[in-house]
Write a protein that binds this ligand. Sequence first.
Ligand SMILES: Cc1cc2nc3c(=O)[nH]c(=O)nc-3n(C[C@H](O)[C@H](O)[C@H](O)COP(=O)(O)OP(=O)(O)OC[C@H]3O[C@@H](n4cnc5c(N)ncnc54)[C@H](O)[C@@H]3O)c2cc1C
Length: 495
Amino acid sequence: MNETAIVWFRNDLRLTDHEPLMRALRNRPNHLVLVYCIDPQQFEKTGLCGFPKTGPHRARFLIESLESLRNQLQSLGNDLFVTIGRPEEVLPDLASQVRASRILFHEEATDEEIRVERAVTNATKDRAIALEPYWGSTLFHRDDLPFEVDRLPNVFTQFRIRCEQATKVRSPLSRPTQLPPPPPGLQFRRLPELKELGIVDPPEDSRAVMRFHGGEPAATARLDAWFWREDRLRNYKLTRNGLLGADYSSKFSPWLSLGCISPRTIAAEVARYEETRVRNDSTYWLVFELMWRDYFRFLALQAGNSLFARNGPAGVSKTWSTDRGALQRWIDGRTGIPFVDANMRELKSTGFMSNRGRQNVASFLAKDLNIDWRFGAEWFESQLIDYDVCANWGNWSYVAGVGNDPRQDRRFNVVKQAHDYDPRGEYVRTWLPELALVPDPYVHEPWRRSDANRLPLDFGEDGLSDYPPPMIGIDRFDPGSSSRHLAEKDGRKRK
Ligand SMILES: Cc1cc2nc3c(=O)[nH]c(=O)nc-3n(C[C@H](O)[C@H](O)[C@H](O)COP(=O)(O)OP(=O)(O)OC[C@H]3O[C@@H](n4cnc5c(N)ncnc54)[C@H](O)[C@@H]3O)c2cc1C
């Protein structure tokens, strides 16, 4: 029989550990169409604040990832069919055109994406095309969880312990070495340029933690360098709260978000590293963080649209401010709190921010400014190069106190955090040139400089005329009101 199968690529732009692709090949189809739809919906505006849904750093990373996937597929005898259009419109027509009998794809976890899957199903149901969804974005397979997703524990630690006790991470699937050709006559178009998507190429910033290149080979190269060549995994637990440079953490997140590498592939490499180099708290901690990623993904399945609602998955009713002027100061890094501003400027300029930074700026917006946490989540959605709908909205709801956090009243004292994690002010000076000349003791609290000198608050000193005074009462930052990330509390030692 002359079979043509379609593999619909989504947030899984890789060849290794790709179940839909391997399943398609198992039937030895005569022809294979590998398709990616650039969905115009992803380039519209966010619902509440009207930010561009996909900012320039992520858009560039996506195009690079597609380019890289296309090159790999070409070297195996096929190609990537890329088109701008809604999957529910593109796929049924394409399936008719090439007489495909199957469409295989990876499932997603959130409403917008699930709705696209349903629309594709509806649009193909009268055409004798089998749709084959597979789960493949997490470390623990959904079918291997020791509980139904509806009964996901509402605290991460319980989830982690139960999974560690009962669930084995599946081995990653190997990559194909050859592919059947596309059907004759299928026209492959060039990839769109950023400007065709309404995006201006982002300028390079030499202060960026690193230049993230999209695609599976770049992901593998990062893993090789960070695990093996530079041996950074060995000390990850000690360095992971860093703020500057490429090495304090893995920086896998952009590749994980677009699926250029799978969490199972990373876990398998951790196991190999543990066998051949060292097994310690740091190697465990990387897998621990991947479990957080899983947790938020399964939470999205369980919580549905409450993940995006003001009251969050926990249904906590609070009064939030919608002050757009204050929001804009936060976005622009002009709050007058150097640690917040440095992180926000890094995000805007590079599309990346450390985990420590993310927790602090999110806490500041939701807990100090009391601004609707969803505004912040939308800004992150727009700007992050590693935007992952589940990780972003899950973490935001968690920090805002409306998510799955057993201590919903936690608030970060952002000034204390700044002293703890940036003791010499190197990070804030990197992003806030206005503070270059401010002496170390005052760099996180420039307002104190005037107090100490018993002068009226004078922001004309030390170049501070360009830097705003704090936008909220500084008594909030008196010592003794900081909290730590739950993960710190969950500091279980290795079995
Ligand atoms: C408010 C807020 C928003 C966030 N938004 C996103 C997002 O959109 N996309 C995203 O990938 N991460 C998000 N995170 C989680 C975390 O900040 C990033 O995953 C991490 O900073 C990426 O850097 P890394 O790859 O070097 O991480 P590493 O420390 O090297 O960790 C390895 C991997 O574990 C996963 N991971 C680590 N921490 C978390 C976490 N708290 N939640 C979920 N997964 C985690 C990531 O996939 C990460 O790549 C957010 C955190 C906060 C507090």
